[in-house]
Design a protein around this ligand. Structure first.
Ligand code: NAG
Ligand code: NAG
Ligand code: NAG
Ligand code: NAG
Length: 203
């Protein structure tokens, strides 16, 4: 009898929380992504807030999740808003997007990041701040219009850079956006705005 109880207890304590999480609004939450302690894998925490899936940065800023591709282990989050009539990203006070160094997520190499209202020091960097930079087109559209005429640049966020942050700050660059898989000839209305993140396979 005692033996049976011990075996049962052992089994119970080893049942991993492997359940797939329920849908959030109309979006599936594929494993290992986890919206609560009771489902998914806790190392892949995302949030279901009022029926919308969100990703939290290390600083606790929430970014809306636009799409998830579980087989490629990728998800795309919405870049922060640029506050109307300004050239400041809504996460400026937090320094932009940053992920924990230990996070199971990192920023993929498919993002073309545009920075706006930069200080002159940026010209010492290898970023493309020319008059043909993609950022010049973005300044012409609604959300970017507050940045019109500021010094702006773009770059492909590839393996030469940190994959854990996109930095903005007063006195540096104060706004940013990102486009996934931009193609040089794409008209701006085809740009796929987002920041693509990828996740490590569960151990
Ligand atoms: C990252 O992991 C290391 C080792 O596991 C730990 O010492 C450190 O505190 C962690 N850092 C953060 C920011 O969680
Ligand atoms: C900057 O980017 C634009 C758009 O992709 C490109 O046409 C141009 O050649 C780039 N300039 C430099 C200096 O890399
Ligand atoms: C540009 O950045 C400076 C700080 O670096 C800030 O004072 C200014 O308000 C910003 N410009 C706009 C249009 O937001
Ligand atoms: C980001 O994570 C992927 C796995 O999901 C890994 O292959 C890649 O090397 C990581 N990139 C960096 C720069 O750490």
């Amino acid at each position: 009898m005692m033996f049976v109880i011990i075996v049962l207890l052992t089994l119970l304590s080893h049942v991993p929380a492997l359940d797939v999480c329920p849908k959030c609004g109309n979006m599936e939450v594929p494993y290992p992504l986890s919206t609560s302690d009771n489902c998914g894998n806790p190392r892949y925490r995302i949030y279901c807030n009022s029926g919308a899936l969100e990703f939290s940065s290390a600083q606790g800023f929430y970014y809306r999740i636009l799409s998830i591709n579980p087989s490629a282990r990728k998800l795309v989050i919405r870049p922060p808003l640029i506050v109307k009539n300004t050239c400041c990203s809504s996460d400026l006070s937090l320094g932009g997007l940053s992920l924990n160094e230990n996070s199971s997520f990192n920023i993929s190499t498919h993002n073309t990041v545009m920075l706006f209202n930069c200080s002159d020091n940026i010209l010492l960097s290898p970023l493309n701040c020319s008059s043909t930079s993609f950022c010049r087109q973005y300044e012409e559209v609604g959300e970017g219009s507050g940045c019109k005429g500021t010094l702006c640049c773009h770059f492909l966020k590839d393996t030469a850079m940190t994959s854990h942050r996109i930095r903005v700050r007063a006195g540096g660059c104060t706004a940013y956006t990102s486009v996934v898989d931009i193609k040089p000839d794409d008209p701006i209305d085809r740009w796929n705005y987002g920041i693509e993140l990828q996740w490590l396979p569960p151990l």
